[in-house]
Design a protein. Sequence first.
Length: 357
Amino acid sequence: MNNKNNYAVIMAGGIGSRFWPISTSETPKQFHDMLGKGSSLLQKTFMRLEALVPTENMIIATNKNYKNLVLNQLPNVSEQQLFLEPAMRNTAPCILATALKVYSQNKDGVMLIAPSDHWIENEDEFIRNIQTSFDACNEADILMTLGIKPNSPNTGYGYIQFENESKDVKKVKQFTEKPNLETAKEFLAQGDYLWNAGIFVWTAKSIIKAFKEHLPDMYAIFEQGATDWNTTNEQEFIDKNYANSENISIDFGIIEKANNVNVLPVDFGWNDLGTWGSLYDKQAKTKTENVTLGGEAIYRESEGNIVKTQTHKKVVIQGLSNYIVAEKDGVLLICPKENEQDIKEIAAEAKKEFGDI
């Protein structure tokens, strides 16, 4: 396969605070073996994409603080393949900068933007879908997103409405932010709505053109580094200019404004692994619907729990149902699954009370 024009930007800069205490600002969830499979979420994402993208064409976008974590987990990646953010500015600035980096190296580069921490069940189908998207972007000036065929009226995702045409790749009508339950049910009944997975494909040329049109101030900031991309001066330029960029997502900044956005409806067993509940849903369960990750557990009169501990840790649970039990480095969280949305707040309170943990 001639794939030298294929690039991937793996987005690995998030903190994942809803997975506290496993995920912390020092070691976020993408660097953990959250699935108990022997490799971190970042490593799994990298290995999955190697089927389509040459190793040297992988770019890992992450916070400067995680440089060594990335290099330790991905020994085949060079420092030149890291895009190190000196400040948190959401996804748009990072995507523009990496597009300019790719374009300066290869004018024909086509890019996949992939989160580092998602669950993909059918990896062969995923690769087929990305190849379809690469092909479509090589043929036309379009911005592609992958839309997940919904199996429930989930209110935790944004939705994409598409034009119901016979072609595989469909024109996007509109995007809707996370809806209420009634609206989500209506979307499912209509049959022309998909979940927004935050997975994108485009040529470097097409996305740069979109930034020039829709975020010209941001483009002007990064265009100043035209001679610095892929040189020893690149990081110095980023350190000096990145924080001057607007703090905005690619969705708000580009995707919801552009008129050449297309979507490929896909069904490869996707989960954004955003919460303990979503992790629980994707795991094999005991007869009493319990999930154990990392250590070993005995469950007595207990059901519907997820227990995540360090390897070789032994846990006994008595009389507990539908709880999250998570332990790491001397920190233990016991929280009802129904209150998992409070974990970010719990983590902040714990940090205030106990200091950095």
